[in-house]
Design a protein around this ligand. Structure first.
Ligand SMILES: *Cc1c(COP(=O)(O)O)cnc(C)c1O
Length: 384
């Protein structure tokens, strides 16, 4: 791109013309029901979580004041890390300021120009960017295809190997074939890195995510990443693993070392969210029941989606309704909004060309009647 004003406006006009120009909305109009938030358990507004935030801010102030290795690491951060280690059944956990930074930092610390990474084609952008920035050789396998991953792994020359994948894929809501990937990485002596941003708090018998769903041990999944901005309703992220892994990240993760520590009040709120998510397990059951209800509702009305019916797969809080072209997805999204439902259209480059979609997400804050109303509105919008 040329560096002049005309080139910028041409680039914007080009995006506009292809219906790919993005805009931000400022908050939510009153009465609009939000079906695209990642606040799956409804914890972002939970009184216990907000109270923990306010109490901590009144005692410790707002900013952490420094990076973790200087003076930014306080008792709330440490307690949160200890609780996350216990929650995930791992020796240690390390809090990062965002999931994006956790992914960049973990991959950068474990892989360099001499390493090789095998990566799912539909991985989250932050994993993709982490791979790129590391300078390692990167091979991408077909989405969810462990056999293809194995073939790529076998062809690598480097001895330093990583396989990176989302646990629950953010745009499709499906799970990675983790048992196969774990077998493969153990046989190849490679690290398996799983980003379970959308699984933790929601998937697994007690909300411990994909590892629990598939009964995988820390040995199977040695590097587990989670975020707080999804099911836990706050902000930030963590990596969990054995003590040496975490200590290595403290030494070498540039996105850990060279950034300001999370505000302590966010750590305090996240501790409260973790407690509530465990105590109020009905939240997890409710969000998954909504996803099943929606899937059944679509099937009853003969509405096809690219996703397998909820009964035929592990249910998550994310349900994609693939519509094809970006314009079509935008149009259906607009019609739904006119009916009072906010469902974002997801377009390339976030998803592959020709698979623009509505990404419907459910929350424990929704009620059954709202899910039913969305099904009806969607049927109407598609028929119009
Ligand atoms: C949201 C998300 C991230 C980024 O986390 P932030 O804390 O929002 O930066 C990383 N990976 C996946 C799979 C995500 O969905």
């Amino acid at each position: 791109m040329q560096h002049d004003a005309a080139a910028l406006s041409a680039a914007l006009a080009d995006l506009e013309q292809r219906q790919l120009r993005r805009t931000r909305r400022i908050g939510l109009a009153p009465g609009l029901i939000n079906f695209c938030s990642n606040d799956y358990l409804g914890l972002s507004t939970h009184p216990e979580v907000t109270r923990a935030f306010i109490d901590s801010a009144s005692r410790h102030g707002v900013g952490s004041g420094a990076s973790h290795l200087v003076t930014g690491h306080g008792p709330e951060h440490q307690a949160l890390e200890d609780e996350l280690a216990a929650f995930t059944g791992r020796e240690k956990a390390l809090v990062f300021s965002t999931g994006y930074m956790a992914n960049m930092g973990v991959i950068g610390a474990l892989a360099d120009q001499n390493a090789a990474i095998v990566s799912d084609k539909l991985n989250h952008a932050s994993l993709i960017d982490g791979c790129r920035l590391s300078g390692a050789e990167v091979k991408r396998y077909r989405h969810g295809d462990a056999t293809h991953a194995g073939e790529l792994m076998a062809a690598l020359e480097s001895e330093a190997r990583l396989l990176v994948t989302d646990g629950v894929f953010s745009m499709d809501g499906d799970l990675a074939p983790l048992p196969e990937l774990a077998r493969l990485t153990r046989a190849a002596n490679a690290w398996l890195v799983v980003d379970d941003a959308h699984g933790l708090g929601v998937v697994g018998a007690t909300g411990r995510g994909c590892c629990e769903q598939f009964a995988l041990s820390p040995h199977d999944v040695p590097v587990l990443i989670g975020t707080f901005g999804k099911a836990f309703g706050t902000f930030g992220a963590f990596v969990a693993g054995d003590a040496d892994l975490i200590d290595l990240l403290v030494q070498k993760s540039r996105t850990y070392v060279y950034t300001t520590a999370l505000p302590p009040a966010v750590a305090a709120a996240t501790r409260a969210a973790l407690r509530v998510s465990e105590r109020e397990s009905w939240r997890r059951e409710k969000v998954l029941a909504h996803a099943r209800r929606f899937s059944r509702g679509l099937a009853e009305r003969g509405i096809g989606t690219a996703a397998p019916a909820a009964d035929a797969r592990v249910v998550t809080s994310i349900f994609p309704v693939v519509l094809g072209e970006a314009g079509r997805a935008l149009e259906i999204s607009r019609r739904l909004e006119d009916q009072g439902f906010l469902v974002m259209a997801i377009r390339p480059p976030t998803v592959p060309a020709g698979t623009a979609r509505l990404r419907v997400t459910f929350s424990a804050a929704h009620e059954e009647a709202q899910v039913d109303a969305l099904v009806s509105a969607l049927a109407g919008a598609l028929a119009a």
